[in-house]
Design a protein around this ligand. Structure first.
Ligand code: ZN
Length: 511
């Protein structure tokens, strides 16, 4: 597209030329150079697109959090009041729109909420084949206000579904009351024929993982189908529990990688540690949506829902790290042979409630066996710091991870590349570095443009508010600073008041 045709206002001309100048790739003799020279001093740029992300505004598991379609990247995150926000970046005009509030979360508003900021209801986004954008958000297992959960236990708030009023237009949204309120960790998959599958955990920890299927662009969903089963263990004081990552495989397949959570009862657990985030091991299976059958990597048929016993016998990838190591599952993708590669974070249990820091590790199926398991960035394990991220398979031998981590006080987003099928990785291009920052990081944006691969939130200790970056191979996508600064003093004031009142309410309940 001819860029000049799309620039319809003086403002957008100024914006675009300043952005290009900022990237250092505008030749001095372009038609825009005059306006660029005069405006440069006046228009300040930001490398973030919004600054009103709340606490943990994004995560790998709630995905896709962003979609690239017809030259526009749509992004979502958790903003003020834990509500979902959506912005869009047009790669042709180099302009931003939004963020717009897409819906009203049941989280973030009510003093009876167990934690003042819950962080589980982050938005998951998908575009249907008619161009409408759907966002699923706001759930952390449902609660008694929504009736009995037939597929597990409950925690708080309701899973919700909103859709844009018009295709490709994020300015207005409406709520669709067509999914159960018990969902947590939404993951949406659209197949080539337009069918939409919404996967999630149907409640709190002791709940089955399920999917709901829509064949009418998300306007109605069939009842939940259980895929992973929670149940009480007879040998120890715990329940079987799961964390899954679901994404599109080849053709009609959906692929699922998952790890096991031993959900200890209060006061039980190793050395009486009680309930922790103890998780172990990697598993993998495939859903053929055309035949409506499930199978393991060896193509043996599986019956639903999968129990721990069946998972161990039929779908085990690896005992990640061995004894003394805990896991936190990441993403999975297929190579050109249809063989799965799995990213999973593994770290030594050093006695914390979360075990300890975990480092992203890579496994792959060779056609005969699972291999791998070493950390992508070995120094992070030596340093005892976390890494999180997603990965791109360029070929079975050529694999690139995009990792967020902390090093020497800086927060870094960087490529780590392998040319030997994941045996070794070396640090590649650094895309973003911020002093004293931690990160929340999404999975790769669906159908990502190379300039916009993922969304990251910069976590600074002195504030619950986060700057959000759309990061690609040229670093973060820029935006005019005055339009990226969207956090209001009313938002800040409201949160401070809510936190105070929430603490007082909790105290009053203890008495
Ligand atoms: Zn648990």
């Amino acid at each position: 597209m001819n860029k000049t045709q799309t620039r319809i206002s003086l403002l957008s001309i100024l914006v675009s030329s300043v952005l290009l100048t900022g990237c250092g790739n505008t030749p001095a003799n372009t038609p825009n150079s005059v306006s660029s020279a005069t405006s440069k001093a006046n228009i300040e740029k930001a490398d973030y697109f919004a600054d009103n992300g709340l606490m943990n505004p994004v995560a790998i598991v709630q995905h896709p959090a962003g979609i690239h379609e017809k030259g526009v990247t749509y992004v979502s995150y958790q903003g003020p009041l834990e509500d979902p926000y959506v912005a869009a970046y047009n790669h042709n005009t180099e302009t931003w729109s939004g963020p717009y509030k897409a819906g009203n979360s049941a989280l973030g508003k009510d003093l009876t909420q167990p934690k003042n900021i819950d962080n589980h209801g982050k938005p998951t986004m998908i575009m249907d084949n008619l161009g409408y954008i759907h966002v699923f958000f706001g759930g952390h297992g449902g609660d008694k206000r929504y009736g009995k959960n037939e597929l597990g236990d409950t925690h708080y708030a309701a899973n919700k579904h909103v859709v844009t009023k018009r295709p490709y237009d994020i300015t207005e949204w409406e709520e669709l009351n067509n999914i159960t309120p018990f969902g947590t960790y939404n993951q949406a998959v659209k197949m080539d024929n337009g069918d939409i599958y919404l996967f999630y955990r149907h409640g709190a920890h002791r709940s089955n993982w399920v999917y709901q299927k829509s064949t009418d662009h998300g306007r109605t969903f069939a009842a939940p189908v259980s895929i992973l089963k929670t149940k009480k263990r007879n040998d120890v004081q715990a329940n079987d529990s799961w964390y899954a990552y679901v994404s599109k495989g080849h053709n009609d397949d959906i692929i699922v990688s998952y790890d096991y959570h031993i959900c200890w009862k209060r006061g039980a657990g190793v050395n009486g540690r009680g309930h922790t985030t103890e998780r172990h091991d990697a598993y993998y299976m495939v859903f053929d949506t055309q035949k409506n059958t499930w199978s393991n990597v060896q193509k043996e048929t599986l019956s639903l829902p999968i129990t721990r016993e069946v998972a161990d016998e039929k779908t085990l990838v690896a005992r990640t790290g061995g004894v003394g190591y805990w896991s936190f599952n990441g993403s999975s993708h297929l190579d050109e042979n249809g063989y799965p590669h799995i990213g999973i974070n593994i770290g030594k249990d050093i006695g914390k409630k979360t075990g300890g820091p975990k480092q992203t590790s890579h496994y792959r199926w060779t056609g005969e066996e699972w291999v791998g398991g070493q950390p992508v960035y070995a120094q992070a394990r030596a340093d005892g710091t976390d890494t999180r991220g997603d990965f791109i398979i360029n070929s079975p031998t050529d694999i690139s991870f995009l990792l967020g981590y902390k090093e020497n006080g800086d927060g870094i987003i960087s490529y780590f590349n392998s040319t030997d099928s994941g045996k070794t990785f070396t640090k590649g291009k650094e895309l973003l570095r911020r002093e004293k920052a931690g990160w929340s990081i999404t999975a790769l944006i669906d159908n990502a443009h190379p300039d916009a691969r993922l969304i990251v939130a910069e976590k600074q200790k002195n504030s619950p508010w986060r700057k959000l970056y759309l990061v690609g191979d040229n670093g973060p996508v820029q935006r005019v600073k005055s339009t990226a600064s969207v956090l209001t003093s009313a938002d800040e004031k409201h949160l401070k008041t809510f936190k105070k009142e929430h603490a007082l309410f909790k105290q009053s309940k203890k008495k």
